[in-house]
Write a protein that binds this ligand. Structure first.
Ligand code: SF4
Ligand code: SF4
Ligand code: FES
Length: 277
């Protein structure tokens, strides 16, 4: 019989420390199984968030031996050591033990103007090319685990950036909207001026931790950056707009379409200052 030692951070917003739990190893378990056994036998007050235990709800996110991961998708036999350390996601405020307050992400989600289709075809239908569907398909696999937000150094290490930076999960969302051939909103100025796309320096850490293997940097962020550059600095695109007499949407115009926007002059403490429409 082999033993495993689980080193789990316990505490709340006032502070905490690591507690060690020794258990028998059971073949085939994932980290969440062991956490559940600890709750059942050693520490019934240990808090952790979970729901599906199938890698689909995105709620069991934590840091396992320092790596942002889903506890339900991390097999115990893939971890090399007999002592395993589990900490809550570092980027978000602690509620209790392994549970963090991820509401920053919900506030960010509401800064994004939703899908806005144009007029349908004369027969009342909308049509898309298969190539457009294929391109956006991977973006719709996002389970909102926020592991990419957790690992992104722009959010993690610079508290003030959180206020001006949507983060990789929402660049994925923005890419799915911007690449949608039926959508009519131009979010490029919004991304540049309010959602911080320029802060991303393409380190690809977000892509490395995504459990859905979305190529966040290559397929979402870099194409968005190219689109923003085209909209702002490309003289040929500028000439094309002049000839077609079509102006690009300003950041403020796009922002007005978001479900809840944050007043740019009062950005300290986003959740408290979200402006409801
Ligand atoms: S590539 Fe950009 S969004 Fe992703 S982790 Fe790095 S800085 Fe953050
Ligand atoms: S993009 Fe990937 S890592 Fe980020 S929230 Fe979605 S599933 Fe999680
Ligand atoms: S419990 Fe749903 S993703 Fe882990």
């Amino acid at each position: 019989m082999t033993e495993v030692t689980m080193n789990i951070w316990r505490g709340d917003s006032n502070g905490g420390n690591f507690e060690q739990y020794k258990l028998e190893r059971v073949e085939g378990e994932v980290v969440l199984d062991v956490v559940h056994r600890i709750q059942a036998t050693l520490a019934p007050d240990l808090a952790c968030r979970w729901n599906c235990k199938a890698g689909k709800c995105g709620s069991c996110s934590a840091e396992i031996d320092g790596k942002p991961s889903l506890m339900c998708m991390t097999r115990m036999d893939t971890l090399p050591n007999d002592t395993i350390t589990i900490t809550p996601m570092k980027t978000f405020p602690i509620i209790k033990d392994l549970v963090t307050d991820v509401s920053f992400n919900y506030v960010m989600a509401r800064q994004i103007p939703p899908f806005t289709p144009g007029k349908p075809q004369p027969d009342g239908t909308y049509r898309m090319q298969q190539v457009d569907i294929d391109r956006a398909q991977e973006f719709h696999k996002c389970i909102e685990c926020f592991l990419c937000q957790d690992v992104c150094h722009v959010i993690r290490d610079h508290e003030v950036n959180k206020l001006y930076y949507a983060g990789p999960r929402f660049f994925v969302k923005l890419a799915s909207l911007e690449m949608h051939p039926l959508d009519t909103v131009d979010r490029r100025a919004l991304m540049r001026e309010y959602l911080g796309l320029g802060f991303c320096n393409i380190t690809k850490c977000c892509t490395e931790v995504c459990p859905e293997h979305i190529k966040i940097t290559d397929n979402a962020i870099i194409p968005l950056k190219e689109r923003v550059v085209d909209a702002s600095y490309d003289p040929i695109a500028w000439l094309g707009r002049k000839i077609r007499r079509k102006s690009k949407m300003t950041a403020q115009e796009a922002y007005e379409l978001a479900p809840a926007r944050v007043a740019p002059t009062s950005l300290d403490g986003i959740p408290a200052t979200a402006v409801e429409d």
